[in-house]
Design a protein around this ligand. Structure first.
Ligand SMILES: *Cc1c(COP(=O)(O)O)cnc(C)c1O
Length: 430
């Protein structure tokens, strides 16, 4: 057990270790939380990934949610192939960036203007700069266990990758960069009110993952997001919904559409790039027009609005414009979560599950999980054994107990049955 990747994966990983820090380009990929050697993949098709040893896995990571239409979707492949033939980057405006921005503004009512960047990290970093400039205040309030990318100010109590490594903060973040970041408890409005009272009108923005997906998966408690909306309005702070994960994944207008919350700013990433490196941030025109060159707040990017990435993002979002897509995704997420729950019950194993749109999560825990403080009490060792049991049975789960699972429009009933069989086998040896 705990071997992970096969012979060819191991060989590539060992070569990688010599030239890439830790052998990976993003820490969670190294299997630190579950042990063993990471699996190296060279092909994806629909809901499946193929590794370099010729093994096939049902994928429940889907590039951390980005690949919502399944790997190598023929329509996306054909659109980007066409785009590539006309050049891969202009460093100047292109038609598809305008169309993608129009599309986003059309389906997300709180967004009147949107700026494209190249990652979720960049989107958040820029939205924070903008909120500080707009309010002329300096503090940012975040929630313990929420991840907002790796910009200095956000690398405080940041969930999954950071928690998995056991680094509460990162060396190299100067005290000044993180000193203006306040940390409250997710799903606990009183902890937010307390910080507002202490900080005397210096909070520029509250940033939150509307469905927390970087500490396992925790939906917002009833009234939590509504409370943040009214509190920020009353206290003159902006509300930033970080929808890098939830945007276009939990519903046609993201978590804000699902829960009826209009934030001041929204950050996007993952799904909006259709598998390419794209992020974006947007909001009301009055706030967004503070961005250069319309306003004084600087932000720029050589490859921002890249024509191939814009084509892929636009094609993906157009496909998702049909609301029935999300009904299908959500009922499929429920089917996966139900398979987990019923097999756990059969095996007498304590398990909690949650579902929102095209994502679901589970914890090996006795009680419902509502915050990081509760999430971190889950049974991590049991998760690691389960992860490897699932891998043996041909299912690729996120290699950490503090990540959500993601499906695509290509995950169907046969995949649920395949999953159920794997879960039964993996749970029988826990
Ligand atoms: C993934 C993620 C980010 C960071 O996006 P990157 O593209 O990895 O930089 C930020 N916020 C949330 C909520 C995320 O899930």
């Amino acid at each position: 057990m705990k071997q992970g990747g096969g012979t060819s994966s191991r060989a590539l990983y060992e070569r990688g270790l010599k030239v890439i820090p830790g052998g990976v380009n993003s820490p969670v990929r190294a299997f630190g939380a579950v042990g063993g050697v990471p699996v190296v993949f060279n092909r994806g098709e629909g809901p499946y990934l193929m590794d370099v040893d010729g093994q096939r896995f049902l994928d429940l990571v889907m590039s951390w949610g980005a690949i919502i239409l399944g790997h190598a979707h023929p329509m996306i492949v054909s659109k980007i192939t066409e785009a590539v033939k006309s050049g891969t980057s202009f460093g100047a405006p292109c038609p598809d960036e305008v169309k993608l921005a129009e599309h986003i503004c059309g389906v997300v009512p709180s967004v009147e203007r949107v700026r494209m960047v190249s990652s979720g990290t960049e989107a958040v970093m820029s939205a924070i700069r903008l909120s500080r400039a707009y309010t002329q205040r300096s503090k940012i309030l975040k929630f313990r266990g929420c991840y907002h990318g790796h910009a200095d100010a956000m690398l405080v109590r940041a969930g999954s990758g950071v928690a998995t490594l056991g680094l509460p903060d990162s060396p190299g973040v100067p005290p000044g960069a993180a000193g203006d970041t306040l940390v409250a408890r997710f799903n606990d409005l009183n902890s937010v009110i307390g910080l507002f009272d202490e900080s005397k009108e210096d909070i520029a923005a509250v940033i939150v993952e509307p469905v927390a997906g970087n500490m396992g998966m925790i939906p917002p408690a009833k009234g939590f997001l509504e409370g943040l909306r009214s509190l920020t309005s009353d206290r003159g702070a902006l509300l930033i919904l970080d929808e890098v994960m939830t945007g276009f994944r939990v519903g046609p207008s993201g978590a804000q559409g699902l829960y009826g919350i209009a934030p001041d700013l929204t950050t996007f990433g993952k799904v909006i790039g259709g598998g390419f490196p794209v992020g974006a941030f947007g909001g009301q025109a009055e706030i967004m027009d503070q961005m250069a060159p319309a306003g004084p707040v600087y932000q720029a990017g050589t490859l921002s609005g890249n024509p191939i990435a814009m084509r892929a993002g636009l094609a993906t979002l157009e496909y998702l414009a049909d609301p029935s897509v999300y009904q299908g995704l959500e009922s499929m997420s429920y089917a996966f979560a139900e398979a987990l729950a019923s097999e756990a019950e059969r095996a007498g194993i304590a398990l909690q599950t949650s579902v929102v749109g095209g994502m679901f999560g589970f914890y090996f825990a006795e009680d419902t999980v509502n915050s990081w403080e509760e999430a971190e009490t889950c049974d991590r060792e049991r998760f690691a054994s389960f992860f490897h049991g699932m891998l043996e049975a041909g299912v690729y789960l996120p290699p950490s107990p503090f990540e959500a699972c993601f499906i695509s429009t290509t995950h169907g009933d046969p995949e649920v049955e395949y999953f159920r069989t794997a879960v039964r086998a993996a749970m029988s040896i826990l």
